[in-house]
Ligand binder design. Structure first.
Ligand code: F6R
Length: 328
């Protein structure tokens, strides 16, 4: 599993090799990115990048329900690593029925066959990976598709810069990721990923990684929204103290101050905190840095806990149940 994470630079290089090779039929006003779990998070990353760097308005659908108000002009991008996820298939079929231009990003599966049958654009992903470990392949495929379709969020030059950055940082990230896992292992308590907007997707992704790889429950706290609800929960007697990984963008003074405010409250309830500053020159690089760092940490924590990071028994069990609930 760890090796799949260490292969991220080569995943980006491969995706850059086909950058510009896949384009929608035309430019659209808005984009709907449909997907679940490790594939769905790609939509959150693209939406966060578009909000900060500019680009089309992006809505993310993590459900079998396609919003009724999805405009006729939206481009639908369905992302499913396996191509077999029920919710994604149902929402995608609905998009096709409604006549929305739909592009499928998958390594194969039902959705690839559907693309072939319905004459839709299919963007292939490299096979043989765990969906969550193929984040760069999926993310750069979608960013490349948008760039080639006149709805650029990230240019090829910025994407190449991110590759260079990650290539130069992998060894350091792997070492730091192991240290973070060892800190979590010693800290005990409720693992909490605290951050400030616009890094919400990174914190959610990190939580998911600790759930799936390390088999632990984890919580996400995002400032400033945290100050308007969660904060009050820390006033009562706590069933368990938090062990908090703070993710901070060092270039964001307001974000740093907000997380420092949260930190005082964590410490007041006997919480433990570990501050992590995200390296990189722009939001894309910082999100990749944080994603790889916490992906590696989640693998090392799995090792310390004596569990297999690759195996996701609960998800498999759910997918069996889903095939009886959802009719595709
Ligand atoms: C991540 C993972 C899950 C899947 C999710 C959807 O590694 O295993 O979160 O991403 O169950 O499946 P796919 O990505 O195949 O559509």
């Amino acid at each position: 599993m760890r090796d799949m994470y260490l292969s991220w630079p080569s995943q980006i290089r491969n995706a850059l090799g086909s950058w510009g090779g896949y384009a929608a039929k035309r430019r659209h006003d808005s984009v709907l990115i449909v997907g679940m779990g490790g594939s769905g998070i790609v939509g959150d990353y693209v939406a966060a990048l578009a909000m900060q760097l500019g680009g089309p308005s992006v809505a993310v659908i993590k459900s079998h329900l396609l919003p009724r108000n999805a405009g006729d002009d939206a481009l639908v991008i369905s992302v499913s690593y396996s191509g077999n996820t029920h919710e994604t298939i149902i929402a995608t079929k609905e998009a096709i029925e409604r006549g929305l231009e739909t592009v499928i990003v998958s390594s194969g599966g039902y959705l690839k066959a559907l693309a072939e049958k319905r004459g839709l654009l299919h963007v292939p992903l490299p096979p043989g990976l765990a969906p969550r470990a193929s984040l760069p392949s999926m993310l750069f495929s979608v960013l490349g598709l948008l760039d080639a379709s006149g709805m650029s969020v990230v240019s090829k030059g910025v994407a190449e810069g991110a590759l260079q950055f990650l290539e130069g940082s992998v060894a350091d990230i792997a070492k730091k990721g192991d240290e973070i896992a060892e800190w979590i292992w010693r800290a005990g308590g409720l693992l909490t990923i605290a951050t400030h907007s616009p890094l919400d997707p990174l914190a959610i992704r990190a939580k998911n990684e600790f759930n799936e790889n390390s088999k632990v429950i984890a919580k996400v706290d995002v400032a400033p929204e945290w100050m308007h609800n969660d904060i009050v929960g820390y006033e009562g007697p706590l069933p368990v103290s938090p062990a908090v990984i703070e993710l901070i963008d060092p270039g964001d003074e307001v974000g740093r101050k907000l997380v420092e405010f949260m930190e005082k409250i964590y410490l007041s309830v006997n919480g433990k905190v570990l501050r992590v500053e995200l390296l990189g020159d722009n939001l894309l690089e910082k999100m990749l840095y944080g994603s790889l760092l916490l992906g590696i940490a989640s693998c090392r924590l799995a090792e310390l806990r004596g569990v297999d990071p690759l195996e996701t028994r609960g998800i498999k069990e759910y997918k069996g149940f889903a095939s009886a609930v959802f009719k595709v």
